[in-house]
Structure formats: structure tokens, C-alpha cells
Write a protein that binds this ligand. Structure first.
Ligand code: NDP
Length: 315
């Protein structure tokens, strides 16, 4: 059995994945990143987006006729889904380390915004503003678009801190002490509910520019938007316009339509925007190697892997 890496991260993953497979008593395998060698022996593909001259390469999965599955090293799979040569099950990354990172990043920026921490950190000017009292989480409504692998634990962590939490998904959900909205009708309700809106949606044809001038108009004045999903979930022109008008008070953005965000982009210098360079959640090599190894074992045992993508749905 051959595991082929279509990724420039092979050197980082080779040893931890080998170890993780051996720990599961999967012993008869070899690994390579040589895409044109022994193609008939390839039974699993591990991939991540590869860029050449700043352009994403469209990888060719079609020549691996014995391939059983394609594993994405990332949770976002919008690029791989579009690949016309993908005709095998696609498995996105589901990993506790990745989830913890995202929960921590979202909680940190929610608390930062909620408590107005910047006010006391930036531009200290010798004025003792003792009259500005910190609010309590129970008085703050936080809405989360996307209640999946990353959104649901984020909702629970914020609820644990006593925030008034709501969430939105495609299908109806029931999460203890979280107000759950779903579907098209629910979108308007969650946008109306949220003072801080966290976006943890995948990018699909249904979610492209889901935050636009119309949907922003459903949000209360002075709301904050935190986007850790994908850049194209937001219509940037609409967001900039609403930041200018004051309808949206702040935007904390980790993901962008073009990455790296061009140095001339207005977000970089906007006083109401925080840019972080797509670092909300990293995929830790050790834990994600274990996740891939467990999934290989599941497939070899004739079971479904964790993180199986529904290609039609787009995530
Ligand atoms: P999941 O697939 O586990 O969850 C997606 C959630 O979005 C689900 O709750 C789903 O609803 C909901 N959803 C999808 N489409 C719609 C729709 N049209 N209407 C309403 N709800 C919808 O994804 P993850 O939680 O694993 O990841 C979310 C995204 O986070 C990734 O796709 C990726 O883009 C991004 N990401 C960003 C990282 C970063 O560092 N910034 C790191 C990792 C991921 P339902 O539950 O009903 O299916």
C-alpha cells in the first residue's frame, strides 16, 4: 500500500504519520511524494494546496486508479472540491489540535472586543479612565455562523464563559444553552441576534459573499464581525462601506479573498479592522498525523472515515 503526498509538507509528515500508522498496527505501507512513480500502488493520497509562481496547481488525481481516498491536510476543502479529477471520497481534516486552536482564537478575540481591551492597551496616554466599567459576558450576545467541527465547540466555550450564545447551521441543531437557528429564515434571526458575529462557515456556492450589504443591514448597529472561515464569505466592499458608516463597529479578519493580503489593501491600515494572517487555527503535525492514520485504518476496516466531505453540498 502506497501513501502519496501531493503536498510540499511531506517532509514534516513522513515520520509522524509513519509512527501513527505503526501504533495502529498498520505496517504494510510506504510513503512518497513522487507523483509519477508506481502510480498503481497508490491507495491513499494526502494533499494540500500547492502554489507555483503564486498560482494554485490543479492536481491530477485521475491517474491513481487504485486510490481509495483523498485526505486534505486542511479543514477547508473548497479548492479540492472544484478539482474535476476528484472521483474518490474526500476527507477533510478533523483534528482536536486544530479545533482547540480555533476555539482559543475566537474566544480571545471575542473577549478582546467584549471587554474593549484595546482601549487600555493601545495609545496609553496618562488618562485614568476608571469610569469605563467592563461589561459582563451574560449581557453580550454572540452569534456564530456555522456550528460544525469548529463552530460548535466555539459556541460551547463562549457559553461556558456565560455569553449569550446563538448559532446558525443548515440543518436544525440542539445545543444545550445555545440558541440554534438554521436555514435561510434563521440567517436573518441570527444576524439580528448577534452583537459579535463569528463566521466559521465553509466556502461554498451557497455561502459565497453571505455577508453582503443586505445581510449586514439585518445586523444591529455597532456590531462586530469576526471572520475565521474564508475571505470570500464576506463582500469586502460592503464591509468597508458599513465600517465607514459605523453600522459595523469593528472587523477582526483572519482570512481574505486574496492571501497573503496585498500590502496595499485598505484592511491593513483601517482603524476598525484587525488583520491576522490566516493563523486562527494551525493543523498540528503530530495530532493531524494521528487523525489521518486513524482514518486510513477505518477505511482499511471497511468503515467511513471521520470528516468525509459531501461533494454535492460543498463541505
Ligand atoms: P464543518 O463542515 O464541520 O461545519 C460547517 C458548518 O457550517 C456546519 O454547521 C454547517 O451546517 C454550516 N453550513 C454550511 N453551509 C451552510 C449554509 N449554506 N447555511 C447554513 N449553515 C451552513 O466545517 P468546520 O467547522 O470544520 O470548518 C469551517 C471552516 O473553517 C472551514 O471550511 C474553513 O474554511 C475554516 N477554517 C479556517 C481556519 C483558519 O485558520 N482560519 C482553520 C480551519 C478551518 P450543518 O451542520 O447543518 O451541516
Amino acid at each position: 500500500m502506497r501513501i502519496l503526498f501531493m503536498s510540499d509538507l511531506f517532509s514534516s509528515y513522513e515520520s509522524p504519520l509513519r509512527k501513527a500508522l505503526l501504533e495502529l498496527n498498520v505496517t504494510a505501507f510506504d510513503m512518497s511524494d513522487k507523483q509519477h512513480e508506481r502510480v498503481h500502488e497508490v491507495e491513499f493520497i494526502v494533499c494540500s494546496p500547492v502554489k507555483v509562481d503564486d498560482q494554485l496547481i490543479v492536481q491530477d488525481f485521475s491517474i491513481y486508479e487504485n486510490n481509495k481516498a483523498v485526505f486534505s491536510l486542511y479543514a477547508g476543502v473548497e479548492h479540492i472540491i472544484k478539482n474535476p479529477s476528484l472521483d474518490r471520497p474526500l476527507v477533510k481534516m478533523v483534528d482536536d489540535g486544530l479545533t482547540s486552536g480555533m476555539v482559543e482564537w475566537c474566544v480571545a478575540h471575542t473577549l478582546r472586543d467584549h471587554l474593549g481591551i484595546d482601549r487600555h492597551i493601545l495609545g496609553q496616554d496618562g488618562i485614568w479612565r476608571h469610569h469605563i466599567k467592563p461589561p459582563l459576558a451574560c449581557d453580550r450576545r454572540v452569534g456564530i455562523l456555522g456550528l460544525g467541527t469548529l463552530g460548535e465547540p466555539t459556541a460551547k466555550a463562549l457559553q461556558f464563559l456565560n455569553f449569550n450564545v446563538g448559532g446558525w447551521s443548515r440543518k436544525a441543531k440542539n445545543i444545550k444553552d445555545v440558541r440554534c437557528f438554521h436555514g435561510n429564515d434563521g440567517l436573518r434571526e441570527i444576524l439580528n441576534f448577534a452583537e459579535i458575529l463569528i463566521i466559521l462557515l465553509p466556502l461554498t456556492k451557497d455561502t459565497y459573499h453571505i455577508i453582503n450589504s443586505e445581510t449586514i443591514s439585518f445586523m444591529s448597529r455597532n456590531s462586530t464581525i469576526i471572520n475565521a472561515g474564508r475571505g470570500d464569505l464576506i463582500d469586502d466592499a460592503a464591509l468597508l462601506q458599513n465600517l465607514k458608516s459605523g453600522h459595523i463597529s469593528k472587523a477582526i479578519l483572519d482570512v481574505f479573498s486574496i492571501e497573503p493580503l496585498p500590502s496595499t489593501h485598505p484592511y491593513w491600515v483601517h482603524p476598525k479592522v484587525t488583520v491576522t494572517p490566516h493563523i486562527a487555527a494551525d493543523t498540528p503535525v503530530d495530532s493531524s498525523s494521528k487523525a489521518i492514520a486513524r482514518n486510513i485504518k477505518l477505511i482499511l476496516d471497511g468503515r467511513d472515515p471521520k470528516g468525509l466531505v459531501d461533494i454535492k453540498r460543498g463541505y
